[in-house]
Design a protein around this ligand. Structure first.
Ligand code: NDP
Ligand code: 8X3
Length: 250
């Protein structure tokens, strides 16, 4: 049985991906900062597969390293890495953007993804197997109004995904990205700092993607035969034609 490490498994796309991969008999290392949620998910999924929890802040490179080094022998061979942890913080024009929000997005979405990848990739090279799925976004393909720094962080993920694929190709490690459009998760609650009414409005008036839709796609990607690498996949709700927030009244 393979083992997958999923960052950001306490909510949304990461949590749904854990549930979906368990159905495919993939053992799981689930990560996030909320241990209570990790415990609840572990209890739920342990009936089917082996589940280990790692509670750390992905911005903290020492914590990332220590968490991976703490893995017991049975979870030490990570074949699948789902780089999913991330969020938007704020939706402001560039001239009034909150610098703490900018730091958070760059530290989590870009540097955090790099820290965990840098810790795990050498192990994948040594074991001669690995598959990395980077969760980008349509915001990493096109910029939308007031999306500035979030979009920049996701453009960085797009570039890192391509760079990883080039560098790891000779080691036989598969690398690919899934870029979702609007998915109804806790994403907008975080973006709008728990203004839940505003967050709900993002998904009013159309059918957004669900986290299960993206989990389904990720499960498809990781269950392809070894010679197939899904390199770059954009997944939109049918109502969305391009990178934008459809509700203009936010
Ligand atoms: P959620 O807010 O529901 O989930 C975000 C996850 O990231 C949580 O599990 C959270 O865990 C984790 N996370 C956030 N900050 C940190 C941190 N500092 N350290 C460790 N973990 C962290 O959002 P989504 O599920 O929607 O987002 C998942 C990914 O999908 C993100 O990369 C996002 O950019 C991307 N995406 C989302 C879209 C959407 O419309 N929802 C569309 C396109 C891409 P915890 O708080 O417990 O640490
Ligand atoms: C998340 C999609 O459009 O809300 O990456 O920024 S969006």
């Amino acid at each position: 049985m393979k083992t997958a490490l999923i960052t950001g498994a306490t909510s949304g796309i990461g949590k749904s991906t854990a549930i979906e991969l368990a159905k495919h008999n993939i053992n799981l290392i689930i990560c996030g900062r909320r241990q209570d949620r990790l415990n609840a998910l572990q209890n739920e999924l342990s009936k089917t597969v082996n589940v280990h929890t790692l509670c750390f802040d992905i911005r903290d490179k020492t914590a990332v390293h220590e968490a991976i080094e703490s893995l017991p022998e049975t979870f030490n061979q990570i074949e699948i890495l789902i780089n999913n942890a991330g969020n938007a913080h704020g939706l402001d024009p560039i001239q009034t953007g909150d610098i703490q929000d900018w730091d958070a997005m760059i530290d989590i979405n870009v540097k955090g993804l790099l820290y965990i990848s840098r810790t795990i990739i050498p192990k994948m090279i040594a074991q001669k197997s690995g598959h990395i799925i980077n969760i980008g976004s349509t915001a990493g393909k096109e910029v939308y109004p007031n999306g500035n720094v979030y979009c920049a962080s996701k453009h960085a993920v797009d570039a890192i995904n391509k760079g990883m694929r080039i560098d790891l190709n000779k080691h036989g490690i598969r690398v690919g990205a899934v870029h979702p459009g609007l998915v109804e998760t806790e994403f907008s609650n975080v973006r709008f700092k728990n203004d839940d009414k505003k967050a709900d409005n993002v998904y009013k008036g159309f059918d957004p993607l669900t986290p299960e839709d993206i989990a389904d796609v990720i499960a498809f990607v990781v269950t392809r035969p070894y010679h197939v690498n899904i390199a770059d996949l954009v997944v939109l709700p049918t109502a969305q034609a391009t990178s934008t927030i459809l509700n203009k009244n936010l």
